[in-house]
Every structure is written in C-alpha cells, then in structure tokens.
Design a protein around this ligand. Structure first.
Ligand code: BGC
Length: 766
C-alpha cells in the first residue's frame, strides 16, 4: 500500500525548479546561507512555508494517533518539511524524489529516526552506555550509529535523550544517562560529537536532536507523560545542564517534551523554548515538538486548534511532529491575526537552515545511496566495537567468594527467560534491530567455552507468568510464552542445575518493560523468576545472577541471597558474546552505576546528590531512629549507590592530597589521589571526584560529581589521578538564578563511588 501510493505519485513528473537552480556551496558560510534562504523564501507561498513546518510520521512506526495518513500525498502536495522513522534507503529515496521532483520548489525533505543506541548494530541502551563512563566509547557508538543510519538515508536522529531521571519507575530512564547532571552533560557532548562529526559535512554525519526539552524525566510518580512542577533552581542546577551541554556542543535541533512545566505544556512554554534555550543558551537550530504535542495541548486543558498552533509557534517551536496542527491551522491563524508572517518566516528559516547545513540543497540525495546501505550496516568492525563497548557497561554488584569469573571447564547450567532469547536482547527503541541475526546468550556461552566445558540449558520460567502482563514485559515472549506450569519449568531447570558445577540465571525485565510507556510500580524481580532463583539457590551450588534491566531495579533480597550479581542492562546486538567475555573473565567488569539502586520502591526518589538535612538519619543505621529522616520499615540508604561497581581485581586509594588548602577567587588548586591495582589481574577503574559547598546562600548537595577518569591498571600498577579545581567547578545557580561561586569552605572528595570517599577541606577566598 505504502509503495503503491508513491509509485503513483512519482509517475506525475514535475520539474526540479529549485534544485537545478541551487548554486553549489563550497563552504558553509552564514552569509551565503542567509542569502540562499532569503531568495528561496521569497518564492514561497504561505502554504508552502507552512508545509515546511509539518513533520508527518513515516508509515512504518507509530507511537500515538497520527493525525495524518497517506504520506506520499502529503509530500507531493508540498505539505511536509520532512518525515521520520521511514525504514530503508529505497523508501527514503522514493519520498525524496517525490519532494524534489513533484513539488513546485523541489525543497528536499529531512529524514529523522529514533536512532537511540544504534541502527542494526545495536549498542547497549543509553543507561547502560552511561555506566561505562567512557566518553570515547560513547562517542564511537554514536559515530557508528550515524554511519549506519545515514547509509539507510537517515540524516537526523532523535537523540541524545538527556533527561535526568531520579525515578526508576519511569521506564524512559533506559533512554538517558541516569541521575547526574555533570556526567549527563559529558555524555550529551560525546553523543552530539559522534552523530554530527565534522559539522555534518560528510554523508555519514547526521543531525542530532536533543530531547525532551524539558524535564521530562521528572514526571510525577514516575508515570510516563505526567506533570512536572519544579523550582527554577532545581531546573538550572539539576536538570538543565545536559540540555545546555548538548546545545553548546552544536546540536542542530531540540525536541520539546510532552509534559507541562509549571502548568504550561513544554511545547508552548515560551520561557523554556525562547528565553532559556535560545536567549540564554544561544541555541540557533530548530525546535521540533514531540509526537502530537500540539494536539495534546487541548488535553492539557490549555488550547486547541488554531490557538494551540499559535501558542506553540509563538513560544519558539518550529516544526510540528505528527499532529498536523500547523498545517491545518496556521493559515487561518495568520488571517485572524493570531500569528504574524514574520513569526512563520522565523520558523521556516530555521528549518531550511537545518537542511542547508546538512547539505541537502547541494544534493538532496546526499544520504541516499543504496550501495552504502548494503555495505556499511552491521559490519564486522561495527559489531566488534559494539561487543567491546557492551562489555564495558556491565556492573558487577556482588561477587562473594569470587564466584566470577567462571572457569571454562566442567558443566555450567544457564537458565532463565533471557538465556536463549534473541528478541529481548536489543532493548527499547531499537527500531532497526534484526534479532534473528543476533547471538543468544546460550550461543555466546557455548562459543566462549568451546570443547572445554559443557553448557546445559533450561528456560526455568517465563518473565512474568501472567499473559496479560507478559505481553507488555516482553511482547515477543508473550507470543511464545511457555504454557507449562511454573512447577514443571522449575523442575526442568533443577535437573540441569543439579548436573552442573555452577548456575547462571539470566533474569530480569523483557525488552519492553522499560522505555516509553513502560512505567512500573514494583521493581523487584517478578514472583515467577524469584521462585526459580530460590529453587536454584536451594541446590547449594554457586549461583550467578545476570540482571537484565532498563532501569535501576530493586535487588534487596537478591543482594542478601545470591552470591554474584552482574547488572547487564540491555546490551544490544552483541550481548551474547559481550556477557560471555565478562562472565568467563576475558574482560574484567568495569561499569559503575549512574543511577542509585534503592532497597525499596518506597525510597524513590533517591539520588546521591541530595541536600543535607537538619535531621539526617545517623550513620550505620541499625533500626528506626525517631525524629530523624528515615523510615520505620526500611533502611534509608541506597542498596547500591551512584558510582558503584566492582571489578575482578581490587583498587586501593591512597595519598589523597591537595596542592593548597586555599583557592584565590581566580585561582586553581589540584586534588590528587593515587590508585593502585592490588589484585592479580589487569582491570579498569573509574576514579571519581566530588565537591561539596559547606556553607552557601542556598543549601547545596552533600556531594556533586565534578570530575572522573577511567584508567587501566596492570596488577601492582599505581597511577596518580588529578582533578584541577577552578572556581568554575564550584559554581551553582543561586536563589536569583545567578551562576556564582560563593567564597567559603568546600570539601573535595575522591573515591571509587559516591559513598566510599575520602575528603579534604579547602577555602575559596573572597
Ligand atoms: C517519543 C520521542 C520520539 C518520537 C518519535 C515519541 O513518542 O516520545 O522520544 O522521538 O516519538 O518517534
């Protein structure tokens, strides 16, 4: 159906007036760009201009109720500036041809896609990637994603998603970099660099789209699409930094969020989109809405129809994703005086500038080359990179008695719903994943041990065991859900477990249990999986739990009862090999948590960078402390804190020192710590530095990450790691939203995670 409508439309030949007339631009210069766009805009009718502001969805993927259909007809009428989530270069080519050859001015389309953590070569979900704390690896993952996506005609990715998330009930935590604004900012920059490369000059460099602006991760109750109400100080200090960092790194576009911010839908929030984003941060790209956000303004009870379109445009939003609101209403809104031609022109110019920067006016087919699609996707090199990167993201939470790494000998039982499962490997938002090509964990284990050991397998249980929930947990598993009784499945697993020397249980969430529209209240292991785990532990054999998750899950019981736990997130297409690399010790685990793991859902929100309290719970909590900030029933501390992760070797932190205990107002001092690998194998360590402002005009967090380094150390090797501290590192937004470093006492802390730190005091002078 899809293709027929195009072929019909393409049959009507038209002249490529603008394309053929477009001059060749040797260099991107603002002046040339301005002149070109001014000339083009002079030729455009109001309707043609409004068409550029419309972003209808491609017909392959739908996440809401698109108000448009028949994409081919929309494009041929000049009613689309671009489209998104169109799968495959051939379809992209057909649509581009339609725009270029069938519309009066032949303005090329921009093709977006949710390339969130890879194209067909899938990298770990972003939360997993963040746990590598490896900016080179993250940039490389984004670079490879851009190469593969562009080989399929895509020139614009709806990534990075930089929403800070402190609430793991929110399933979209999977798509971001966790709870820390500093780390989140570093990652935002690395991803923009990776996607846009040398400023989108080459045909494998695509435009980034920072999302979701803003504060989407702070949805009340962790329920997706929910309200956000927040102090401006918290916005500026805790949530805005990664968006700002992405803008500073040159991200070409920004996507608004679904939520309201202090009562005003983000898409129509002028303060956010114009005052903060453009005026304060200097963003000069274009702003696209999230899926149907303008239409949803009516549901928020704010505005509908022409009023909603006018409010969004006036707020500084340029392109309307999926709701058709601009297309249907802006002409009338102009007639009625609700928006001016100038306001429309401003938005159109921004959209055309993006196309110009991408080089689409020089060559609308720059990104469309069917031979590239065949040769450059899911290559050996890309897969090798994905495997290496995935292995860096796994976090070793517990390893009692050094159960891990496993030896490649004897019999190993591999059980659980993730053990022999291809389709749940890639994780959320893997539109172009081809799971049938991906190696299961079982195969990864078999390949790793070869003839030296025997891998025994049994499924052991379903993900959830209740078909109604299973289909949302793992849609794929639901369709093949094992109908045998829980008891039968466990019995079968126990048979192989009893034969084995060691048991590996591959448990956790299915691929869709996190991501968009995947909020959860109970973050513990589903009952059916817990029963399996209990039965396995009862054999008395060593058990390793692999926890697949798109968020921080609650592992309180497991932390007390299972000897070894490796958190493996969703590792992407090369998961099978990457997990085997770590489990069998070819690679030592080195990931560290970028989100706090709670003991109980009731502690949420729980994050390391909280404010100090007048009545904190006393240290070494043994039970409820009356008139203190704690709970009667649950220890108030994290189960595993931010920054935490073990290795197969050990690291010692010694000789922490400061070059001076005083810093001039325009000076700097250096904090240095010596890290030694005291174990007997090589390993990577992520060394973390935090600061605390001890006395400030507004209460400041007990700790803020300010610097980190990932280092590799051989057994016995030591390295000095330094943090050069300047007053800039001590700045925060005060009550008046001034960005200041206030003189006084500070702590600087160094350590392997946010809890096990040593601290030193210094003074910032007037
Ligand atoms: C999501 C966005 C995504 C868009 C386009 C929306 O439902 O919130 O993150 O980029 O769909 O697929």
């Amino acid at each position: 159906m899809y293709r027929n409508s195009f072929h019909k439309a393409i049959g009507v030949s038209a002249l490529c007036v603008m394309m053929c007339a477009a001059p060749v631009f040797a260099k991107d210069s603002d002046k040339k760009m301005d002149a070109f766009i001014t000339k083009l805009m002079k030729k455009m009718t109001l309707q043609e201009k409004i068409g550029q502001l419309n972003l209808p969805p491609g017909e392959d993927i739908v996440t809401g109720n698109p108000q448009a259909s028949n994409l081919g007809a929309i494009v041929a009428k000049g009613n689309a500036g671009g489209t998104f989530n169109v799968m495959g270069a051939e379809k992209v080519q057909a649509l581009q041809k339609l725009a270029v050859e069938n519309t009066r001015l032949g303005i090329p389309l921009i093709f977006g896609m949710d390339v969130i953590h890879g194209y067909e070569t899938v990298f770990p979900i972003p939360l997993g990637l963040s746990a590598s704390w490896d900016m080179e690896a993250i940039e490389k993952a984004a670079r490879i994603s851009a190469k593969e996506a562009s080989a399929a005609g895509i020139c614009w990715t709806f990534s990075p998603m930089v929403d800070i998330a402190r609430d793991p009930r929110w399933g979209r935590m999977a798509e971001g970099s966790g709870e820390d604004p500093y780390l989140g900012s570093e990652i935002a920059r690395a991803m923009v660099r990776g996607y846009q490369g040398d400023n989108m000059k080459k045909n494998d460099e695509i435009m980034a789209c920072v999302k979701h602006f803003a504060l989407y991760g702070a949805a009340e109750g962790g329920r997706d699409y929910n309200t956000v109400d927040m102090s401006r100080q918290s916005m500026y200090n805790n949530y805005f930094p990664p968006y700002k960092a992405a803008v500073e790194a040159g991200a070409g576009s920004v996507m608004t969020s679904f939520n309201t911010v202090d009562g005003i839908p983000a898409t129509a929030n002028k303060w956010l989109v114009t005052d903060v984003l453009r005026d304060q941060w200097g963003f000069d790209g274009f702003v696209v809405t999230d899926y149907e956000s303008i239409y949803e303004m009516a549901k928020h009870g704010v505005a509908k129809g022409a009023n909603a379109a006018a409010l969004a445009l006036k707020a500084g939003t340029d392109m309307d994703m999926s709701s058709h609101s601009f297309l249907d209403n802006l002409e009338t809104a102009v007639k009625d005086g609700k928006v001016s031609i100038d306001e429309i022109d401003t938005a159109v110019r921004r959209v055309l500038e993006a196309k110009y920067k991408l080089g689409l006016f020089d060559n609308p087919y720059k990104y469309i080359d069917l031979s590239r699609e065949k040769a450059e996707i899911y290559t050996e090199d890309n897969r090798k990179a994905a495997r290496e990167i995935a292995a860096k993201t796994f976090v070793l939470l517990k390893n009692e008695g050094n159960v891990l790494p496993l030896r490649k000998k004897g019999k190993i039982a591999l059980v659980g719903p993730m053990a022999d499962n291809q389709r749940d490997l890639p994780g959320t938002w893997s539109l172009m994943a081809r799971p049938s090509k991906y190696k299961t964990l079982l195969q990864g284990f078999k390949d790793a041990v070869g003839d030296n050991a025997e891998i025994l397998y049994a499924k052991g249980c379903n993900f959830y065991g209740d078909k109604r929930v299973e289909k949302w947990f793992s849609p794929y598993n639901a369709s093949v859900m094992d109908d045998r009784s829980e008891e039968n499945l466990i019995e079968e697993a126990l048979k192989v477990a009893q034969e084995a020397d060691v048991i590996v249980a591959a448990l956790g969430e299915g691929t869709q249990a996190s991501g968009e529209s995947a909020s959860r209240c109970d973050l513990t292991l589903p009952e059916t999986q817990k029963k399996l785990l209990e039965a396995l532990l009862a054999t008395g054999k060593p058990v390793v739990m692999l926890n697949f998750s798109g968020r921080a899950t609650v592992l309180d019981w497991e932390s007390k009862n299972v000897p070894a736990i490796l958190n493996v997130w969703f590792g992407g297409s090369e998961t099978g090999d990457a997990i085997a690399d770590v489990v069998f010790g070819d690679v030592s685990p080195s990931g560290k948590l970028t989100v706090t793991m709670p003991r109980s859902v009731g502690q949420i929100p729980i994050h390391y960078n909280h404010l100090p309290l007048g009545r904190p719970a006393g240290k070494d909590w043994k039970g409820f402390q009356v008139f203190r900030s704690n709970y009667i029933d649950v220890e108030p501390t994290p189960l595993y804190p931010f920054g935490y992760g073990l290795s197969y070797t050990d690291f010692d932190y010694t000789d922490f020192n400061l070059s001076s205990t005083e810093m001039e107002a325009d000076g700097e001092i250096t904090a240095t710590v010596t890290v030694t690998n005291t174990g007997d194998r090589a390993g990577d360590e992520i060394v973390q530095f935090y600061t605390r402002d001890l006395e400030a005009s507004t209460s400041q967090p007990v700790k803020l990450l300010k610097h980190f380094e990932r280092i590799s150390l051989k057994p016995g090797e030591s390295r000095k790691v330094s943090f050069r501290i300047t007053p800039d590192d001590l700045k925060f937004y005060n009550y008046n939203l001034e960005y200041v470093a206030e003189p006084g006492e500070f702590l600087v802390m160094a350590g392997p995670d946010s809890e096990r730190v040593s601290s030193l005091k210094f003074v910032l002078k007037e």
